[in-house]
Design a protein around this ligand. Structure first.
Ligand code: APR
Length: 238
């Protein structure tokens, strides 16, 4: 069924959440015990407030996250999506993930709604650096400004150009596939609905049920994304 939808579609958009990255070894956000946010309150530490008032804690939290990303790498599923884009099977990826793994794997049209941990930039002058600055505990720019990861912090809005591109892609989609998101975070979770309203078929692949399952044309639970993509890829390549 999903295979047929992919074959028929002329404009397929993929939407990934943290479930896309767990098979790379990164923790998700909301699982009990292993979820990243079971250990820290994100609205406190990953915020503009922390950057302004408790910067040492902010640096420490994000250094850990940068090192976490540097310890892992894209998995086969990321590579399959990059290959599908090259072959014209999919047209773009909207992601909530900040690990940057879609781009690292070679995907080109990636809309990173929450930014990326692959780079940091100066809060004062905007100068961009690689994330190895955080690795080497260099937290200040040559201008003296604070270096912060290029991710959206609590207290900040989503990047407008990326957001507009994601709206456009969702409206153009005739197939919209969600991979590994609980779809609990607004406004990012509005894209699947927007696509559906504009006539796209909606597919949700997620280990657990999501709030949006009843809008979907196809729902796949209890199966890992890597496995589902590998199986589809096998059929698309034969
Ligand atoms: N295969 C399929 N699904 C998986 C896998 C896997 N290998 N691993 C985890 N999942 C599913 C989980 O069952 C869970 O429902 O992925 C979902 C991830 O949901 P969340 O942890 O809520 O992540 P996400 O939807 O991406 O929301 C996280 O919240 O505040 C923001 O910035 C934050 O972007 C982040 C977002």
């Amino acid at each position: 069924m999903l295979l047929d939808l992919i074959k028929k579609s002329r404009y397929t958009v993929i939407y990934t959440g943290v479930g896309m990255s767990t098979e790379s070894g990164l923790p998700d956000f909301r699982s009990t015990k292993t979820g990243l946010w079971e250990q820290e309150d994100p609205s406190v530490v990953a915020s503009t407030d922390a950057l302004n008032r408790d910067v040492e804690r902010f640096f420490e939290f994000y250094r850990k996250r940068v090192l976490g990303v540097k310890d892992c790498s894209p998995h086969k599923g990321h590579e399959i999506l990059a290959e599908w884009e090259r072959r014209g099977i999919i047209q773009g990826i909207i992601t909530q993930n900040v690990d940057g793994f879609h781009s690292v794997a070679g995907s080109d049209n990636v809309m990173e709604l929450h930014g990326t941990l692959q780079q940091v930039h100066c809060q004062s002058c905007g100068q961009v650096y690689g994330n190895e600055m955080y690795e080497s505990e260099t937290f200040y720019c040559t201008c003296g400004g604070k270096l912060r990861p290029s991710v959206v912090l609590f207290g900040e809005g989503l990047p407008e150009d990326t957001f507009m591109k994601a709206i456009d892609a969702s409206e153009r989609a005739d197939l919209f596939i969600v991979l590994g998101s609980s779809l609990t975070v607004t406004p990012a979770n509005q894209f699947p609905l927007l696509a559906k309203e504009q006539g796209a078929k909606l597919v949700i692949v997620n280990l657990e049920p999501t709030l949006f399952d009843h809008y979907a044309d196809v729902v796949i639970h209890k199966r890992k994304i890597g496995e589902v993509l590998a199986e589809l890829d096998h059929h698309l390549s034969s």
